[in-house]
Design a binder for this molecule. Structure first.
Ligand SMILES: Cc1cc2nc3c(=O)[nH]c(=O)nc-3n(C[C@H](O)[C@H](O)[C@H](O)COP(=O)(O)OP(=O)(O)OC[C@H]3O[C@@H](n4cnc5c(N)ncnc54)[C@H](O)[C@@H]3O)c2cc1C
Length: 446
């Protein structure tokens, strides 16, 4: 393969994995990152501290040789641990026995990817901000805090996140389709610290959820015994909102009323509430992701809300699929870009929509008895026909061989069938007598 001089803009999770793949293909890779090196300086503010890593992300990380390191960094979460208002706890498995999503530190994973990339010979240039892109010259305009340089490359990849400068330059071109939308809710990160003996204050084997309609709290475990807690709340409006939680009394009485059993594990609540920003949640869709020798990947191409835990996983899968396309077409970069751009965006759009839908499921439905029965029936059908009826959550989270768009289409059909099943008045008592074979046939005939 002909060695190319490649630049990647953004050394986040996706840019760092992409650098590994491209370097392994034998290319000369330089990554420009506007911030300092996160392995030396803590720059976690404003980003989620930990993330849920699932199959679509795991597969490429394993492919580039990181599985052993990952196993030392993860805490498997086997299901949702639901907390109702009275403090009652119920456990809902995410999938089958042995299936779990994995809590992992964002900084730890990003650092691991950078270390691996550097070992392979990738060059990272920190505190270089991309200001503009010349699509005819394949060049970047980069500012290092003192001077502005224009540097030419053979290929450029934009992995500079949801507010990408590379994408902003593409947006100025003709026939670039772009949408950006915010939900009314923002998020703020809080903490459940480890106990005095260094243990986890609550069960570490699941993703904790306190679903309260418009308000929701979740908690993911960290290796040091703490939990990163994320509060989702409308920015403004009637009822509780970030704009109306200002004084210590307001913050405390909100938690006392809505999340009392979480509050008792949050001794630093008031400090954390003040220290951490309320950040917005954006969905970005764009098309095409290519222009000449320049390609967008990760959040730069498709930012999604975090309610399916798939933004990073989807970006990692971008890298995996791009690598497969490179293996297929070798040096023919025009075809590689074209092929990738013809298949991948529709999948990113699908997970963007699914993530928005899942917000409603997480905050409103997971505590609903009908919903739980529906899940139970679906799990039963899946047990009877493991390959023919896979619940949508499992298709997205544990079956990377099923594309996001297929998972969305199949999930819609399953929902339609289940809506009919659930409309039967005595379903709670009679569901075991359903003709499951008929349901499967209905699914497969559509
Ligand atoms: C609250 C929250 C929770 C989440 N939880 C999950 C989860 O559980 N599972 C999951 O899969 N996903 C999750 N996500 C999504 C995930 O964080 C993103 O999808 C992922 O970070 C995207 O990685 P990226 O490398 O594309 O972009 P980013 O992580 O944003 O990295 C972009 C990099 O580019 C740099 N950069 C930006 N502009 C420039 C410039 N002009 N020049 C040079 N460098 C630049 C930035 O400094 C940054 O380092 C969550 C997101 C949020 C907000």
């Amino acid at each position: 393969m002909q060695t190319k001089k490649i630049s990647i803009v953004g050394a986040g999770l996706i840019g760092s994995l992409l650098a590994i793949y491209l370097r392994k293909q034998g290319h000369e890779v330089t990554v420009f990152e506007r911030r300092q090196d996160l392995r030396k300086v803590d720059i976690s503010a404003g980003k989620s501290i930990n993330l849920a890593l699932s199959d679509r992300g795991w597969k490429p990380l394993k492919e580039v040789g990181l599985e052993e390191d990952l196993l030392k960094m993860i805490i498997p979460m086997k299901g949702r641990i639901m907390h109702d208002k009275s403090g009652q706890i119920t456990f809902q498995p995410y999938g089958k026995e042995g299936q779990a999503i994995n809590s992992i530190s964002r900084g730890g994973l990003n650092g691991l990817l950078m270390d691996k990339a550097e070992t392979l010979g990738v060059q990272f240039k920190f505190q270089y901000k991309c200001l503009d892109v010349d699509f005819e010259q394949t060049s970047l305009s980069l500012y290092d805090g003192k001077t502005n340089q224009i540097i030419k490359f053979d290929l450029i990849f934009g992995t500079d996140g949801a507010f990408s400068a590379v994408r902003a330059a593409m947006q100025k071109l003709d026939r670039f389709t772009y949408s950006q939308s915010y939900i009314p809710h923002g998020y703020k990160e809080l903490v459940i610290p480890a106990t005095e003996t260094g243990d986890f204050a609550i069960d570490k084997n699941g993703l904790h959820i306190w679903p309260r309609g418009e308000y929701m709290l979740i908690a993911l475990p960290n290796m040091d015994g703490s939990f990163t807690v994320t509060l989702f709340l409308p920015f403004e409006g009637e009822g509780y909102a970030f704009e109306s939680l200002n004084t210590d009394e307001e913050i405390l009485s909100f938690f006392q009323e809505v999340f009392p059993d979480a509050l008792k594990h949050m001794p630093t609540l008031l400090d954390d509430f003040r220290a951490n920003p309320a950040s917005s949640l954006v969905t970005v869709k764009s098309y095409p992701w290519i222009k000449n020798n320049i390609l967008l990947l990760g959040d730069a191409a498709h930012a999604v809300v975090p309610f399916y835990g798939q933004g990073m996983n989807c970006g990692f899968e971008d890298c995996f699929e791009l690598n497969q396309t490179i293996e297929k077409f070798g040096d023919d970069w025009a075809t590689i870009f074209k092929e990738f751009n013809s298949t991948r965006p529709q999948n990113a759009n699908a997970i963007a929509d699914l993530a928005l839908e899942n917000f409603v499921e997480m905050r409103d439905k997971v505590a609903d008895e009908n919903f739980l029965l529906r899940k139970k029936i679906e799990a039963h059908i899946n047990k009877l026909y493991p390959k023919r009826w896979i619940p949508q959550y499992s298709m997205v989270t544990f079956n990377s061989s099923i594309s996001y768009s297929k998972a969305m289409a199949k999930g819609k059909l399953q929902r339609k069938i289940m809506d009919k099943v659930m409309s039967s008045p005595d379903i709670t008592a009679s569901w075991k007598n359903l003709d499951f074979e008929l349901l499967i046939k209905e699914l497969e005939e559509n």
